[in-house]
Every structure is written in structure tokens, then in C-alpha cells.
Design a protein. Structure first.
Length: 125
């Protein structure tokens, strides 16, 4: 089976969204499991979905003249676009790692979480 090319993923940040060049993006969504089992469950566990968290990570090549690199602790409006779909919300930067290993390009690695309500839609802005 041949390998298929991926779709372009973009990240725009700021009150007036500005695209920042990223690579290796990942979005991980998790819902808490609420155990609602009781005597009427017939001996089986029953679950409901709880709070949802959305973690995001990405990398960015280091540029000495970059002016839009997020800082640790920043909460920034973010728009993650994948093809015709987008996630729109506020992103909190929890981890930022600078790497300049020998024989590798200098880069930033970021991770954090979307906070509050996140809109998922098919309209790209």
C-alpha cells in the first residue's frame, strides 16, 4: 500500500490571527470517564463522558528575528487549521523547550492546552 501525503496544518495565534510556521503538530483530546454504575447496572460498569481536555504540541524552527514565538505561561487566541477543519480557542503554553543539538537544526518544542470553550468547525478562517 502506498503512503498518502498528509494535509497541510496551520497554526494562527494572536487577537489578529497571524500564522506561525510549525511542524510535527499533534492534537490530543480526552474526556474524563464518569463511572455512573449503580445497583441497576446489572453487574456491568456504566460510564458517561466528563470534562474534555485538548492538548496540543508542535515544533517551530528557531529564528533569531522571530517576533511571534509564544512564551511559557502565555494564553493566546489560537486557530489550528487542518484542511477544511479548524479548532478555535485560547491556548495556554505549559512547556517550551529549546534544542540546539549537534548536527540538528535549532528548534523550539511547545506543548499546552486549549482552555475554555473550543469551537470545531468546517469553515476555515
Amino acid at each position: 500500500m502506498a503512503k498518502a501525503a498528509g494535509i497541510a496544518v496551520k497554526l494562527k495565534i494572536g487577537a489578529t490571527p497571524v500564522e506561525i510556521p510549525i511542524f510535527d503538530p499533534e492534537l490530543n483530546e480526552n474526556a474524563d470517564e464518569l463511572d455512573v454504575s449503580d445497583n441497576a447496572s446489572g453487574g456491568s460498569r456504566e460510564y458517561l463522558s466528563g470534562l474534555i481536555s485538548r492538548e496540543i504540541s508542535f515544533a517551530q524552527w528557531f529564528r533569531d528575528d522571530a517576533t511571534n514565538t509564544p512564551n511559557i505561561g502565555d494564553t493566546v487566541p489560537a486557530l489550528l487549521i487542518a484542511g477544511t477543519k479548524q479548532f478555535d480557542g485560547d491556548f495556554v503554553v505549559f512547556n517550551r523547550k529549546f534544542s540546539a543539538k549537534r548536527e540538528e537544526a535549532t528548534r523550539w518544542d511547545f506543548s499546552g492546552k486549549f482552555t475554555g470553550a473550543v469551537t470545531f468547525s468546517g469553515a476555515v478562517g
